[in-house]
Design a protein around this ligand. Structure first.
Ligand SMILES: Nc1ncnc2c1ncn2[C@@H]1O[C@H](COP(=O)(O)OP(=O)(O)OP(=O)(O)O)[C@@H](O)[C@H]1O
Length: 338
C-alpha cells in the first residue's frame, strides 16, 4: 500500500426523487488498500459504487486516479456490479473473452477462469452454470483487463464457503500485488477479514470509517460471557449483586463487560451463587456488533448484555442477521471449560 489516493469522493450526493441515496459522502482510498463498505439494504452502497465508477451520475467530486470518475481510463478499472445479466448462451470462456476483447490489452482468458475457480467449467454455457459459478464468471469479467482498481459489489453472494474463501484469497493476492479494492458486502466475516479499512453507510451517510480493529474498539461494545444451561436464570440476581451486568435469555445469562482477567471472578461468582451451567462462552465484540449498534438493527433473539453499555442493539455474534457472521463470531468466541 502507498499513499497515492486512487478513489476519492468529496460530498457525493445523489437523490432519486424523494429518496436520498447519498447524503454528502466523502472518503479516500489509497493505492493497494482494500476498503470495505457495509450498511443495511438501501443504505446507498451500490449508488456509491456506481458514482465512483462513473456508471451513474452524482453531485460532488468523484475521482479515480485523480481524474473525474466519468473520464477515468476504463482499462484500469474493474467493476463487478451487484446485478449482472450476461448473455446466457455464451460459455464462461466466451463471456470472459468477450469482455477481454473490449480492451486493447487483456489477460489470458483461461488464466482468469482458473483464478476464479472455473477452469473446469470454461466450456459450460453461462445459463447452465450454478448460481455461485455464474457469480465467479462475473468476477472473471471484472479481472480480465488486469485492473489497478477493482470495485466488487457483493462479490460472494451465492458462492459456497469454499469458493468464497478462494475468492477471498484471490482478493488478498490482488491487493498484495498493489490492486486497490473497493468492496461492498453484507458478510461481516468477509469485510473484517479482507478490509484494511471499513466504512459504514447508513441512510446515505458514512457514519463510521476505520480499520476493523478501530471500529470494534470504538463501537463494538464490551466482551461478554454467556452462561448457558436450563437452570441458569436463578443466578441472575445474585450475579447482579456481585457486580455483574446481567441479561437473561432463553436458557442463558449474558454477563456484559467481562474482560479476560475477570473470568476467574465470574466463575467464582457463579459457584457462590450456586448456578449450575452447561457451558461458558466468552465472546469478544466483532464487526457485526459494530454494525448492529451503529445501524440500530436487531434480530430475533438478540438482547443487550450489560444494558447500560449498549445504546443501539447488539446481539450474539454467532447469529446470522447480516450474512455469515458465524465465521467472525466463531473466531472471537472462546469456550471456557467448566
Ligand atoms: N434507479 C433507482 N431509482 C430509484 N431509486 C433508487 C434507484 N437505485 C437505488 N434507489 C434507491 O436509493 C437507495 C439506495 O439504494 P442502493 O441500491 O444504493 O442501496 P444499497 O446499500 O446498495 O442496498 P443493498 O444492500 O440492498 O444492495 C434506496 O432507497 C433505493 O431504493
Amino acid at each position: 500500500m502507498n499513499d497515492a489516493t486512487v478513489v476519492r469522493a468529496v460530498d457525493a450526493r445523489k437523490a432519486y426523487d424523494e429518496t436520498v441515496a447519498l447524503d454528502g459522502v466523502s472518503l479516500d482510498v489509497r493505492a493497494g488498500e482494500v476498503f470495505g463498505l457495509i450498511g443495511p439494504n438501501g443504505a446507498g452502497k451500490t449508488t456509491l459504487v456506481r458514482a465512483l465508477t462513473g456508471t451513474a451520475d452524482a453531485e460532488g467530486t468523484l475521482e479515480l486516479f485523480g481524474a473525474p470518475a466519468r473520464e477515468s481510463d476504463r482499462s484500469r478499472v474493474g467493476l463487478l456490479p451487484q446485478e449482472f445479466g450476461p448473455p446466457e448462451r455464451l460459455t464462461a470462456r466466451e463471456l470472459v473473452a468477450y469482455y477481454g476483447g473490449l480492451y486493447d490489452e487483456s489477460r489470458p482468458v483461461d488464466e482468469v477462469l482458473a483464478d476464479v475457480g472455473l477452469a473446469a467449467d470454461a466450456d459450460t454455457w453461462y445459463e447452465k452454470l450454478s448460481g455461485g459459478q455464474k457469480r465467479r464468471a462475473c468476477v472473471a469479467t471484472a479481472l480480465v483487463n488486469d485492473p489497478d482498481v477493482l470495485f466488487l459489489d457483493e462479490p460472494t453472494t451465492g458462492i459456497d464457503p469454499a469458493g468464497r474463501r478462494s475468492l477471498w484469497a484471490l482478493i488478498e493476492e490482488l491487493a498484495d500485488g498493489g490492486v486497490t479494492v473497493f468492496l461492498t458486502s453484507h458478510s461481516m466475516a468477509e469485510v473484517e477479514r479482507l478490509s484494511d479499512r471499513v466504512g459504514l453507510l447508513r441512510d446515505g451517510d458514512l457514519v463510521a470509517v476505520g480499520t476493523p480493529a478501530e471500529l470494534v474498539a470504538e463501537h463494538g461494545g464490551p466482551a461478554r460471557l454467556v452462561v448457558a444451561g436450563p437452570d441458569v436464570e436463578a443466578g441472575a440476581d445474585p450475579l447482579r449483586e456481585a457486580g455483574f451486568a446481567v441479561d437473561v435469555g432463553a436458557d442463558e445469562l449474558v454477563l456484559g463487560d467481562v474482560a479476560p482477567t475477570d473470568l476467574a471472578d465470574a466463575v467464582t461468582a457463579l459457584a457462590d451463587a450456586g448456578v449450575t451451567y452447561e457451558s461458558l462462552t466468552w465472546t469478544e465484540p466483532t464487526l457485526e456488533d459494530v454494525y448492529l449498534r451503529l445501524t440500530g438493527e436487531t434480530f430475533e433473539g438478540a438482547f443487550t448484555p450489560g444494558a447500560s453499555a449498549v445504546e443501539g442493539a447488539t446481539g450474539d455474534a454467532t447469529e446470522e442477521p447480516v450474512g455469515d457472521g458465524a465465521d467472525a463470531g466463531a473466531a472471537a468466541a472462546t469456550e471456557v471449560d467448566q
